[in-house]
Design a protein around this ligand. Sequence first.
Ligand SMILES: Cc1cc2nc3c(=O)[nH]c(=O)nc-3n(C[C@H](O)[C@H](O)[C@H](O)COP(=O)(O)OP(=O)(O)OC[C@H]3O[C@@H](n4cnc5c(N)ncnc54)[C@H](O)[C@@H]3O)c2cc1C
Length: 383
Amino acid sequence: MTTPQDVREEIVSTVRRFVEREVMPVASELEHRNEYPHALVKRLKELGLFGATIPQEYGGLDLDVTTYAMVVEELCKGWMSLSGVLNTHLMLAFMLKTHGSDEQKRRYLPGMASGEHHGALCLTEPHAGSDVQRIRTTAVRRGDDYILNGSKMFITNARSATLYAIAAKTDNKIDPPYKGISMFVGEKGPGLSVGRDLEKLGYKGIETCEVHMEDYRVPLTNLLGGKEGQGFFHVMSGLEVGRINIAARAVGVASAAFHQAIRYAQQRETFGKPIAEHQAIQLKLADMATKIEAARLLTYAAADKKDRGERCDVEAGMAKLFSSETCLEVATEAMRILGGYGYTNEFPVERYYRDAPLMIIGEGTNEIQRLVIAKQLLQRHKI
Ligand SMILES: Cc1cc2nc3c(=O)[nH]c(=O)nc-3n(C[C@H](O)[C@H](O)[C@H](O)COP(=O)(O)OP(=O)(O)OC[C@H]3O[C@@H](n4cnc5c(N)ncnc54)[C@H](O)[C@@H]3O)c2cc1C
């Protein structure tokens, strides 16, 4: 009999093989050319990963959060951008699965699972990132449609997407302002245009763009859950999984940096012996591995709690905070261990070093993360 553990191992080892054979050999080259990885994205679809967390009744793999975190970790050992192809796509799928009407689920989830539809999340605006409730995009009801006007910033997958989860204000006067936010599922079409691509330090290959909406029509039936004013809660509900996703990404990138460093340390000789035999290098390797293991365990613990249906905002926040800071530190230490070569394109360490900082910013900056953790802790330990 096949157990859930067997399914998890099978999926994770399939993704690991894919990464080792098909991603690692080409990742740095594609990344340096900042080239969209069409062939690899096609493979992600063939492997069913566009439907990773979508229920089986809609054609998805219906992976639990822990297995999904492990998949993300494996992908990021090869190339972090590949997990970016999936992340906001699956956040939109999560919001549809959790809050969408039956009709909305039937209409969109099968196409998302097969990869016919590719999703993006349009939340951030040029003047509002952490402070989501200050968004200015408006949605005004007219007949059987909402008319959306406004601009979004930093939208990953904006160009390749066919479906957009769009946060917009249906009420500009309500206090507190977050109660005026609604979430829409918009299809690519007239009125919605993709602006410039932002040049980035890392996370290359996939696009991060401006999105503009000018009298963009979205049918009433595409208001998520059919109720206005719920958009902020829809986004927040996806954030626990989103933060576990970022933590898993960080564990993947940090592991790749560590493996590069420990191999190199045994090959490179100075003063008559491999640098791995110098105690200063050994101390670095020990600290790097210990922190990565701690980050992995925090990530799996948060994922396990989510899989058991328990609230895990503090745990997901801690996993995201610790893993992303660890990743940044490990990538820097790996670069030091590789010396001058670490600073060149000869090894992928420079890519890990450029990819790592995104994790301290995305899905809530680490400053915001600390505030969220502290707020919840104070509630839990209220005297
Ligand atoms: C490559 C990339 C991809 C992205 N993809 C997407 C996407 O697909 N969809 C999307 O909607 N968004 C996306 N984002 C946006 C991302 O979520 C935001 O950049 C992030 O939430 C931070 O918002 P901000 O950049 O406006 O920074 P701000 O909110 O302006 O913050 C600036 C600084 O102030 C700090 N700060 C803010 N408020 C406080 C406070 N109360 N206390 C202490 N410190 C504070 C922050 O921590 C940060 O250090 C992406 C960003 C990047 C860089």
